[in-house]
Design a protein around this ligand. Structure first.
Ligand code: GRF
Length: 221
């Protein structure tokens, strides 16, 4: 069951990262500039060196590393992470370059309120190395997708996509850079829809304004 944002005050979002955190920075900037009405209640990383932790601390957001190696198994790690999120009062969990697969107990606990951004036009290219795969497949168009998180990796209900043309002579790095720019606009926009109470997930279906999203929204600009 999805859960509405806390009755009092803005939605409390927690961002999970493993690396550089440019999507996290996009959230920080959007909130600071008044384009995104939510509170960034915390940032957690499984990796102590993740630069996103520094970005969070510079912005005055509580930031913590939860290292996988501190726990005997994946389930114990997931429990510790979930407890951290609960302590921050998370209404919404935003996966932004978080490189671990979350298990059933975590997914159920935050079901309908966990989003992920993936650098491809899902269902095309779940998993890694998406930009190289799009070029090798000769796809004329690539992009990114925000979706609700389910147990199936990169397989939850899609919410919105942004498209990026694949240009002649593109390298994976160049294409990734252009996709990332789109991610930075797409993800805060979708998080804003959730925070405004317009986006929900029930029984594996994403809804916008009460209407099922049979196809993901297409993000222009
Ligand atoms: C992004 O490409 C995102 O789509 C993927 O991981 C990358 C994270 O980049 N899930 P950053 O850490 O936000 O810069």
């Amino acid at each position: 069951m999805s859960r509405a944002p806390a009755a009092s005050g803005p939605t409390k979002a927690v961002v999970l990262i493993s690396g550089g955190g440019t999507n996290l920075q996009a959230f920080i900037d959007a909130v600071r500039e008044g384009r995104l009405d939510l509170t960034l209640a915390g940032v957690a990383s499984d990796h102590p060196e993740a630069f996103g932790l520094t970005r969070a601390r510079r912005a005055g957001i509580p930031a913590e590393c939860v290292p996988r190696k501190d726990y005997p198994d994946a389930a114990a790690f997931d429990r510790a992470l979930a407890e951290r999120l609960a302590a921050w009062g998370a209404d919404l969990v935003l996966l932004a370059g978080f490189m671990r697969i979350l298990g059933a107990a975590f997914v159920e606990r935050f079901e309908g309120r966990t989003l992920n951004i993936h650098p491809s036009l899902l269902p095309r290219f779940p998993g890694l190395d998406t930009h190289r795969r799009a070029i090798d497949a000769g796809d004329p168009c690539h992009g990114c997708t925000v979706h609700f998180v389910t147990e199936e990796m990169d397989g939850g209900p899609r919410i919105a996509q942004a498209r990026v043309p694949v240009l002649p002579g593109d390298t994976a790095a160049r294409l990734a850079g252009r996709v990332l720019e789109k991610e930075h606009r797409l993800y805060p926009w979708v998080a804003g829809l959730y925070a405004a109470g317009r986006l929900r997930c029930r029984a594996g279906v994403a809804y916008l304004d009460g209407q099922p999203l049979d196809e993901p929204l297409q993000f222009g600009e």
